[in-house]
Design a protein around this ligand. Structure first.
Ligand SMILES: [Zn+2]
Ligand SMILES: [Zn+2]
Length: 142
């Protein structure tokens, strides 16, 4: 699955005339380095090693920016906190109801559903993702 890293961030900043701040770079790098769909708080904990003075609010704001320019996205799921990822290609998720882990899953049958025409609402549907819920392997074996 296609993932966005610091390279893509650099490219977009150059193209859009945005400043590639140290904070943006470090947060993109931290997010690109994991595949567990971390929350903003988890990323905040992680980047403190590199950016000791950063505030939680700044991490939230930077994440919004990264999502806005398309190098990250937030994942819809049944849990409470927004979670982030750098995988921007269409894919689906498995959410464990017990531990809250969120994993990427590839389901070829779901990858080319025809976009439904929703008459009368004026929506232009462009993408979709499906989330499955259940019990992950780790929780199952407990
Ligand atoms: Zn679990
Ligand atoms: Zn994902």
């Amino acid at each position: 699955l296609e993932r966005q890293g610091v390279e893509q961030l650099e490219e977009i900043c150059r193209r859009e005339g945005l400043r590639l701040t140290h904070q943006r770079r470090v947060i993109q790098e931290a997010l690109a380095g994991r595949d567990d769909h971390p929350t903003a708080d988890q990323l905040y904990e992680e980047v403190q090693a590199t950016l000791p003075d950063i505030s939680r609010t700044t991490v939230y704001r930077v994440l919004e920016t990264l999502v806005g320019i398309g190098v990250a996205r937030s994942v819809g799921h049944p849990g409470p906190a927004v979670r982030y990822e750098v995988t921007t290609a269409r894919h689906h998720h498995f959410f464990c109801r017990q531990c809250g882990s969120l994993s990427d899953i590839v389901v070829p049958q779901l990858d080319d559903l025809p976009m439904p025409a929703v008459k009368g609402l004026g929506f232009k549907i462009e993408d979709y993702s499906v989330h499955f819920t259940g019990t992950c392997n780790e929780c199952k074996s407990k």
